[in-house]
Design a protein around this ligand. Structure first.
Ligand code: AMP
Ligand code: ZN
Length: 469
């Protein structure tokens, strides 16, 4: 399997540090609002990479943080007159709802920056002790960028070029730094801001140190893959490398993966320009599986344009797979013979070629666009070859292959079978019997089971009534 590594600017054979295991850190969102469709791109694409690696038998330890202390969160908290944690907790919950609807698997660990302050204090102290950081008169701790000789290796920038662009590196309030290239590890609190005690001043961490510390704590000093959107290459990931490698004395991450940006109607997404969509906005018009399908239709490193037409095309594409699976389910019920004919066995062998095609695409730096094409070819093959005369085993084999490949992409293509009225009546009767026998646990269990399937029970004097939600 090959992965394009931003560090070397080429595709490299993927060899995890520990054979069979993958440690992966994906920079997560700052939680001060509902996530937008740009934020959904890294979530979906790196979740797909994870699913594919798991499909190949690798055990993936996947960590993705929530940045829950930040100027934007504090600003919103002040506007609403609540504690910043109220804002961050609210949007973490909302983000998790969107992730579920996008079928993004929860990370192995979702650390929150505010729970990891202790680790940050420790790493900052180590950097000071090793001469890589210093404390300014106002208590701000800065990283001494020039002390890390390899600074610039990820973004392929040279320190002197950066120095030439000094002005843009001067941040207001950071006037006590020795060199414009230095960046903040810890900063003093301002009035009305959350803060933590530290040896340097009451304050809060800089953004970059959060990820270095959370990655170290949950995955160790050296990890396989570090990922995020391409806007994070500089300065965020460059600074993470400087901090982690200077503090730990080890290579921080072997492979750096970055997704391209999502634009709207060929323009940068921007709230002020009015071309801005949250994932929630899209969910009002489309099943979010279609948004996932849309993202998968392009390679993760390419820029991706979002438009109404392209979403309609994605809808058609996704529905082509869903319809095929639904037809195969219909044929399964109709099938007269169980066992495959010799002719059908040959066709199933032929269909395995689509799995090979899919795997080859994914092995080539997770080329989901080509992987989706392989699924389409398989769908076409199934639509042509499965008929009412087909055997059960044959239809089942084709259906399972489509569902399996879609599942690796995180696409749900088989809708849950609807519960039939007769099944509902049977369960209600069973619940009545359980109640008579004073087995209330079972009675509740049946109520919950029905609720999960969207059936609401109402106990009335005349008996039990039910309706579909
Ligand atoms: P943020 O909350 O801005 O730190 O972003 C969280 C993640 O979303 C990061 O990996 C960003 O690189 C990514 N991201 C933000 N905007 C876009 C966009 N328009 N297209 C693709 N990725 C984005
Ligand atoms: Zn990060």
């Amino acid at each position: 399997m090959k992965i394009y590594n931003t560090l070397s600017k080429r595709k490299e054979e993927f060899e995890p540090i520990v054979p069979g295991k993958v440690s992966m850190y994906v920079c997560g969102p700052t939680v001060y609002n509902l996530i937008h469709i740009g934020n959904a791109r890294p979530m979906i694409m790196f979740d797909t990479a994870r699913r594919y690696m798991e499909h190949k038998g690798l055990e993936v330890n996947y960590v993705s943080n929530f940045t829950d202390v930040d100027d934007k969160i504090i600003k919103k908290a002040n506007e609403e007159g609540v504690d910043p944690s109220v804002i961050s907790e609210r949007y973490i919950e909302e983000c998790k709802k969107d992730m579920k609807a996008l079928n993004v698997k929860p990370a192995t660990t979702h650390p929150k920056a505010t729970n990891e302050i202790g680790g940050m204090l420790e790493m900052i102290q180590t950097l000071i002790d090793k001469g890589h950081a210093y404390v300014a008169a106002d208590g701000t701790v800065y990283f001494k960028t020039r002390s890390f000789k390899e600074y610039g290796k990820l973004s392929h920038k040279n320190l002197d070029d950066l120095r030439g662009g000094n002005r843009s590196l001067l941040v207001s309030g950071e006037d006590q730094k020795e060199d414009p290239l230095d960046f903040v590890l810890w900063k003093p609190k301002k009035e009305g801001e959350p803060y933590w005690e530290s040896p340097w001043c009451q304050g809060r961490p800089g953004w970059h140190i959060e990820c270095s510390v959370m990655s170290k704590k949950y995955l160790g000093d050296e990890i396989d893959i570090h990922a995020g959107g391409e806007d994070l290459i500089f300065p965020h990931h460059e600074n993470e490398i400087a901090q982690s490698e200077a503090a730990n004395g080890k290579i921080f991450a072997k492979y750096w993966m970055h997704n391209g940006f999502l634009n709207i109607d060929n323009k940068k997404m921007s709230k002020s320009a009015g071309n801005f969509f949250t994932v929630r906005d899209i969910s009002e018009k489309y099943d979010l599986q279609i948004l996932r399908f849309f993202m998968l239709s392009a390679h993760y490193r390419s820029p991706l344009n979002f438009s109404a037409d392209l979403m309609e095309a994605a809808k058609n594409g996704y529905e082509r797979i869903v319809t095929s699976v639904s037809n195969l389910n219909f044929l399964l019920e109709k099938a007269q013979n169980d066992a495959m004919s010799a002719e059908e066995e040959k066709l199933v062998e032929e269909a395995k070629g689509f799995i090979t095609k899919f795997d080859e695409a994914m092995d080539d730096d997770f080329n989901t666009a080509d992987a989706i094409s392989a699924i389409f070819e398989l769908v076409k093959f199934a639509n042509t070859n499965a008929t009412e005369a087909s055997s059960k085993a044959f239809v089942k084999a084709l259906k399972e292959e489509i569902v399996m490949l879609s599942d690796i992409c995180g696409l749900i293509v088989e809708k849950e079978a609807e519960i039939l009225d007769t099944e509902i009546e049977q369960l209600i009767q069973e619940r009545q019997d359980a109640r008579k026998a004073k087995n209330f646990a079972r009675a509740d269990e049946i109520r919950d089971l029905l609720l999960e399937k969207g059936i609401i029970l109402e106990d009335t004097r005349e008996g039990v009534k039910w309706k579909r939600a």
